[in-house]
Design a protein around this ligand. Structure first.
Ligand code: COA
Ligand code: AMP
Length: 633
């Protein structure tokens, strides 16, 4: 007999339009869609065409109309400022509609872009929802990115205004945002008309007259704005994510498909119902924050937590257990690296013993591979199901998961379980032929992707095709490698491109190489992601110097570390580089990065038949060993 998961999965593949049109009944439509799936312009698929919707209405207003006005929508828990406060749906409506009114008064209209560069404070969520309310397209930029990265996004999104705050707080450190914002605007060719700055207690940012406006002077006094109807296919947001070059990809999210998919996922994947407390310990700057701090819990009428803190050090490794027990969290979603951080400081779970977390039902992990050690440690400690699930900024929600709300399947450590309804996942060889079970290859998803996934890249259909649908016609190329076992369980083994994952943060080695290559003494370079027990991966640089380099090697490496930190951000954690005589390349000149990665990780590697000079591999191995890499297990 088929279980609930298999039934739903089969239905979603056999009759996708019927499946998603049923899911769409949980969303409020201003105008019902005329067509569920438009596939007339392949490989561009559009969901719920002809429909009109307002995402903010679905996330706030409708819950108040249904009697949830006094329920807490957002809990702001900030150990770094010693604050805990609750915002009800009614209060959220008031604040969001005033913020929407304030940005409308600054001339922001439907379709205009608004960049949001903010720390983890409720105002970040309010700003996002305010944009959604008036049909403006937000683009949130993670606070850990440096001005150069912000400038790239400003030039691509061309925002009418930018919303920021005076500072963020990283553990014990106060990070002043305003100088970073000013620098980014100086670097960017496109200049926003206005900046709204939320002044926090820790830092009073100096405002530039005629451009900068104090949030507290405009938002509380603004005339509340009503919801503006938008087409289901209109963009709700752009979220830039690392690709293989220094130019990030502007992932577009539509309104209709996004609302439907996220609402469906809350019940069926996370088993969260209206009124329950769900906590995604991430940052609004990442896709997890967009989907599971902001939109999915609020569209569901649940309570979400905005946590301004870390898993450790704010103040101790019991921080997560405190939040769970204080706010009666049913499920937590975070990255495995956060659990490795807790395990490192409190391996025997002494801090866990201080809290009653009987309310806690499941832990969901994603963002990087969940190594079996961390899986076992977390399940032994918490004694609840630990659910690994796999997804990407591009998809916006899980591609593979143990769909707890449908039916909990047996867990296999190391696997994010099976494809979620809507996703047909295949393992392909380099020629695009499906591979049999237990054979590692490229992970691809048959088109069309389900609702909520990226319809295209911001103003760049060509790049969308080139990156995702041209590599294997009829498929979406995920960039991940992996395999399926004989039971159909997926195993995601890591990226097959130049994207790396450092502490659950997606970064581009190509972007780091572009920065390093600008050093006057560097002739050429390669950056790879080397395995790291704590952060999953860490970038490792190899540089070849120009003949007659003016500085000594140590100074050059220190320069490179500083350059990457200043231009990409501390979050890149680029701390190690080595000078080598040559880089291993194919005869056509392609740098053999994947072989270098295997060498650095101490794995066995075969000498590629296309290599120009195999002797270079020995030199690379030696260089890696000299700084503690290339250790054989
Ligand atoms: N603003 C400014 N700086 C930031 C930042 C932000 N929002 N986020 C991180 N940084 C800085 C850190 O302060 C650190 O700076 P430092 O070099 O001066 O110490 C640097 O970037 C590296 O940060 P990180 O790699 O995050 O290391 P960490 O030691 O500060 O924290 C973890 C480690 C594991 C606790 C943290 O990375 C974490 O919680 N990761 C989970 C990520 C996540 O939620 N991903 C989303 C998918 S679920
Ligand atoms: P991001 O776009 O930041 O969400 O990063 C997406 C990438 O993170 C994926 O392409 C994977 O490489 C990796 N990733 C996310 N979740 C998992 C997981 N559960 N297991 C393995 N890798 C994952």
């Amino acid at each position: 007999m088929k279980g609930a998961y298999q039934k739903a999965y089969d239905e979603s593949i056999k009759n996708p339009e019927q499946f998603w049109s049923k899911a769409a009944e949980d969303i409020h439509w201003i105008k019902k869609p005329a067509k569920v799936l438009d596939d007339s312009n392949k490989p561009f698929y559009r969901w719920f065409v002809g429909g009109e919707i307002n995402t903010c209405y679905n996330a706030i207003d409708r819950h108040i109309e249904a009697g949830r006005g006094d329920q807490t929508a957002i809990i702001y828990d900030s150990p770094v400022t010693n604050t805990s406060k609750q915002i009800s749906y009614r209060e959220l409506l008031e604040q969001v509609s005033k913020c929407a009114g304030a940005i409308q008064e600054l001339g922001v209209k439907k379709g205009d872009r608004v960049i949001i560069y903010m720390p983890m404070i409720p105002e970040a969520v309010i700003a996002m929802l305010a944009c959604a309310r008036i049909g403006a397209i937000h683009s949130v930029v993670f606070g850990g990115f440096a001005p150069h990265e912000l400038a790239i996004r400003i030039d691509d999104a061309k925002p009418h205004i930018i919303i920021s705050a005076s500072n963020g707080i990283e553990g014990q450190k106060i990070i002043e945002y305003k100088p970073l914002l000013d620098k980014a605007i100086e670097l960017a060719k496109h200049k926003p008309q206005k900046c709204i700055i939320y002044q926090r207690e820790q830092v009073k940012a100096s405002l530039i007259s005629n451009r900068d406006i104090d949030w507290n002077e405009v938002v509380p006094k603004a005339k509340p704005a009503d919801c503006v109807p938008v087409a289901s296919t209109d963009p709700l947001y752009i979220l830039y994510t690392s690709g293989t070059t220094g130019m990030p990809k502007g992932v577009v999210r539509d309104n209709g498909g996004h609302a439907v998919a996220l609402r469906w996922s809350m019940n069926n994947i996370y088993d969260i119902n209206p009124g329950e407390v769900f906590w995604a310990a991430s940052d609004v700057g990442w896709v997890v924050g967009h989907s599971y701090i902001v939109y999915a819990p609020l569209i569901t009428g649940a309570t979400t937590i905005v946590y301004e803190g870390k898993p450790v050090g704010t103040p101790d490794p019991g921080a997560f257990w405190r939040v769970i027990s204080t706010h009666k969290v049913k499920s937590l979603f975070t990255a495995p690296t956060a659990f490795r951080a807790i395990k490192k400081e409190d391996p025997s779970g002494q801090f866990l013993k201080k809290y009653d977390i009987s309310c806690f039902k499941r832990l969901f992990l994603a963002g990087e591979r969940l190594d079996p050690d961390t899986y076992h440690w977390a399940s032994d400690m918490l004694k609840v199901p630990v659910i690994d699930h796999w997804w990407q900024t591009e998809t916006g929600w899980a591609i593979a998961a143990n769909c707890a709300g449908l039916e909990e399947l047996p867990i296999k450590p190391g696997s994010p379980t099976k494809p979620v309804p809507g996703y047909q996942v295949d393992i392909l060889d380099n020629d695009g032929k499906p591979l049999p079970a237990n054979t590692e290859g490229i992970v691809a998803i048959k088109l069309p992707l389900p609702p909520g996934t990226l319809p295209t890249l911001w103003q760049n259909d060509e790049k969308f095709k080139e990156s995702y649908t041209d590599p294997f016609p009829g498929y979406y190329f995920t960039g991940d490698g992996g395999y399926k076992d004989e039971d159909g369980y997926l195993y995601i083994m890591g990226r097959v491109d130049d994207v790396i994952n450092v502490a659950g943060h997606r970064l581009s080695t190509g972007a780091m190489e572009e920065v390093i290559a600008t050093h006057p003494d560097v002739a050429e370079c390669a950056v790879i992601g080397a395995a790291d027990d704590f952060k999953g991966q860490l970038p490792l640089g190899f540089v070849v110097l120009k003949a007659g380099a003016t500085k000594d090697e140590k100074t050059i490496v220190a320069d490179l570390v500083k350059m990457v930190r200043d231009q990409i951000g501390a979050v890149a954690v680029f701390k190690t580089a080595m000078v080598v005589k040559r880089l291993p390349k194919t005869r056509s000149g392609k740098i053999l990065r994947s072989t270098m990665r295997k060498i650095a990780d101490g794995q066995d590697y075969s000498i590629p038949s296309t290599i120009d000079d195999p002797a270079i591999l020995g030199e690379i191995e030696e260089a890696c060993r000299s700084i503690g890499y290339a250790k054989k297990n």
